[in-house]
Design a binder for this molecule. Structure first.
Ligand code: FBP
Length: 335
């Protein structure tokens, strides 16, 4: 964790990015510009979300995405806005999006970066005014920087991320990200159109009392997860699950807790997507002193073979994730 440059709360995102770049003498400024492009798209999407009910942009878009999920109008709008900002910025050659079957070549053939994103996470909550989010991962391309990004560029393990983050559109809008030197959170001030540093160097508590999972799927959970949930109830832990990964993750990051989306009968590989949901949050939680696994393997060491592949996810306070592992291992042994 770099503590050389602890910038004060209230520092603008732009200034923070610039000052952090100065710590890397060989930095070219391209990643900094990419982060600014993401912040710009976040401001635009935030505005659309806030006005959605007035502009008639709530509800279904009338088509399904590659996951077979009904696309919401705001899913499509957020996707367009982030793609446009990244394309216009010029730093990104290829984008992977939850809303697109195939990779998106931006035409920035000199662009050094790949972005994987879930433009709007928590789709089931969009129309009911519950926190939703955007999740993003940034990779440096491994192919020559003269042409479109390759599939190999897009299927790198999470450990190769150069930056990762999310935007939460909740009671306030925040951008939380890491470039591998700690996790910082910025709160959006709409009247000034600026993100300001509000949560410097976030560390998650090693232990917590909150567990988050959809117990509606309990009957098809692995025995180890069922046993862990019983343990949580014996410990009088609190159950909190809003059904938006970003919202549940953000709460648990700050307060301490564990989010679990295991393999189920309905989703034998879990529901969440490794490349643009799990990897980014795994980098954030590890930078904040927490853990992220699929129940056994560290998320960041998994090398994806498909763009939209799913993975079980256990993420949060390290002692709680370890406890889940203990119960999973025990049940495997006694099965
Ligand atoms: O309704 P379920 O099965 O509990 O799933 C909820 C989970 O699925 C998600 O909605 C998946 O994300 P999308 O909304 O982007 O498809 C997560 O945000 C959330 O944690």
């Amino acid at each position: 964790m770099d503590d050389q440059l602890a910038l004060p709360v209230g520092t603008t995102l732009d200034r923070f990015i610039m000052r952090k770049q100065e710590e890397f003498p060989y930095a070219t400024g391209e990643l900094s510009q990419l982060l600014r492009d993401i912040a710009l798209a976040a401001k635009i999407v935030n505005r659309e979300i806030n006005r959605a009910g007035l502009l008639g942009i709530t509800g279904n878009y009338g088509q399904q995405n590659v996951q077979g999920e009904e696309q919401q109008k705001l899913d499509v709008i957020a996707n367009i806005r982030f793609i446009r900002a990244l394309r216009n910025g010029g730093e990104v050659c290829t984008i992977i999006s939850e809303e697109d079957d195939h990779v998106i070549q931006t035409g920035n053939t000199e662009g050094k970066y790949i972005v994987a994103m879930d433009p709007l996470d928590g789709s089931s909550n969009i129309d009911v005014n519950v926190a939703i989010g955007t999740i993003f991962s940034v990779y440096r391309r491994t192919s020559d920087a003269s042409g479109d990004g390759t599939l190999e560029d897009c299927l790198q393990s999470g450990a190769r991320q150069v930056a990762a983050g999310y935007i939460i559109y909740g009671s306030s809008t925040m951008l939380v990200y890491t470039t591998g030197c700690g996790v910082n959170g910025f709160t959006y001030e709409p009247s000034l159109g600026e993100f300001f540093l509000s949560h410097p160097m976030i560390m998650t508590p090693s232990e917590g009392k909150i567990y988050s999972c959809n117990e509606g799927n309990l009957n098809s959970f692995p025995e180890g997860i069922k046993a862990y949930l019983d343990y949580c109830k014996e410990q009088n832990y609190t159950s909190r699950y809003i059904g938006s990964l970003v919202g549940d993750f953000h709460r648990n990051l700050l307060k301490g807790g564990v989010y679990i989306y295991p393999a189920t009968a309905k989703a034998p590989n879990g529901k969440l997507r490794l490349v643009y949901e799990c990897n980014a949050l795994a980098m954030i939680i590890e930078q904040a002193g927490g853990m992220a696994t699929d129940g056994t393997e560290r998320i960041l060491t998994k090398t994806p073979t498909e763009l939209h592949q799913r993975s079980p996810l256990v993420i949060g306070s390290p002692e709680m994730v370890e406890k889940v592992h203990t119960f999973l291992a025990e049940k495997v042994l006694t099965a």
